[in-house]
Design a protein around this ligand. Structure first.
Ligand SMILES: NC(=O)c1ccc[n+]([C@@H]2O[C@H](COP(=O)([O-])OP(=O)(O)OC[C@H]3O[C@@H](n4cnc5c(N)ncnc54)[C@H](O)[C@@H]3O)[C@@H](O)[C@H]2O)c1
Length: 280
């Protein structure tokens, strides 16, 4: 792999997780980003992950001017992708099933589809787009998609396997939950683009190649190239109007002592937890 990611085991450079008291940072000279004096720190905090990741997903989606972008998954990444696309003047439809995530995105001007209230997201999107489908779709869900009970069992098994074994399975067998990708392929219009920012790990996932070929789809994906986008994003962060709402993006600010409870709330999507900032 070209990159090393903290906490991604053998799959990405074998560097341990970064949520620790002490941390060795390989290639540390590359990481710092110089930010201007003045605006509050909260504006720049998300340059480390959420902002460039969401930015890349919108870039890769390459929605034509005046077009419709469908965003699957409204966690921090999908939420920020919606904000960026709305700021660019696109029509945005967001999909999730967590009420406060849907509310946050619709509050900023996106249309939303509640996954738990519709039978078929693709049909719903076509009905909103004169039968065409979305011009582009961002999959900001990844392997944690809801909707595939078989994969859910597989993932539970994966979690209890010894690390060495589970990495091999992750790499080769593909325990992926593919429902968000399938929705993306269905809901995108003929000739449209699918931008995968949610992480998929397996090597042998069955894909609907006939439909993908027939619809002439373009797929773009990858780990976020953080540094690539910083200069493009910076003007929005120093803008007094804070057009992406970065200052209020975190839903919770807590001390490190409260971290265990915050993690639990985040994992269970309780207490409106979307993004937590720890203040040591
Ligand atoms: N490519 C990168 O560099 C990069 C960087 C950061 C995060 N990510 C990935 O992006 C993805 C999203 O990250 P996040 O922090 O926003 O995660 P998250 O888990 O908070 O959000 C995912 C959302 O998807 C929703 N969801 C689940 N199944 C769905 C479905 N079938 N259709 C629509 N929505 C569905 C969930 O309810 C949840 O709100 C993850 O896979 C994460 O690993 C990638």
């Amino acid at each position: 792999m070209g990159a090393a990611l903290f906490g991604f085991s053998k799959l990405y450079g074998e560097v341990p997780g970064a949520q620790a008291e002490l941390l060795r940072v390989p290639q540390a000279q590359f990481m710092p980003i110089k930010v201007p004096q003045g605006p509050p720190d909260e504006r720049f905090l998300f340059l480390s992950d959420v902002l460039p990741t969401a930015w890349q997903s919108v870039q890769y989606a390459a929605t034509p001017e005046g077009g419709t972008l469908l965003v699957l998954g409204l966690g921090p990444i999908g939420d920020m992708a919606c904000r960026i696309a709305l700021h660019q003047g696109l029509r945005v439809i967001g999909v999730d099933r967590v009420p406060e995530r849907l509310a946050r995105v619709s509050g900023r001007g996106a249309e939303v589809i509640d996954l738990s209230a519709v039978d078929d997201v693709g049909e719903e999107v076509r009905s909103l787009t004169q039968g065409r489908g979305a011009d582009a779709v961002i999959d900001a869900v990844g392997m944690e998609a809801h909707g595939s009970p078989v994969a859910e069992m597989g993932q539970k098994l994966f979690n209890v396997l010894p690390k060495r074994l589970s990495a091999a399975i992750m790499d080769k067998a593909g325990l992926d939950r593919m429902s968000a990708i399938y929705t993306a392929i269905d809901a995108v219009r003929r000739g449209g683009t699918v931008s995968l920012i949610g992480v998929y790990g397996g090597q042998s996932d069955p894909m609907p190649m006939l439909t993908m070929f027939d619809k002439q789809l373009q797929f773009r994906m990858g780990q976020a190239n953080i540094k690539r986008w910083v200069d493009d994003i910076m003007p929005l962060l120093v803008d007094d109007a804070d057009p992406l709402g970065t200052e209020q993006f975190a839903t919770h600010q807590v001390s490190l002592a409260d971290a265990p409870a915050a993690y639990e709330n985040f994992q269970k999507k309780q207490d409106g937890t979307i993004k937590v900032v720890f203040k040591p």
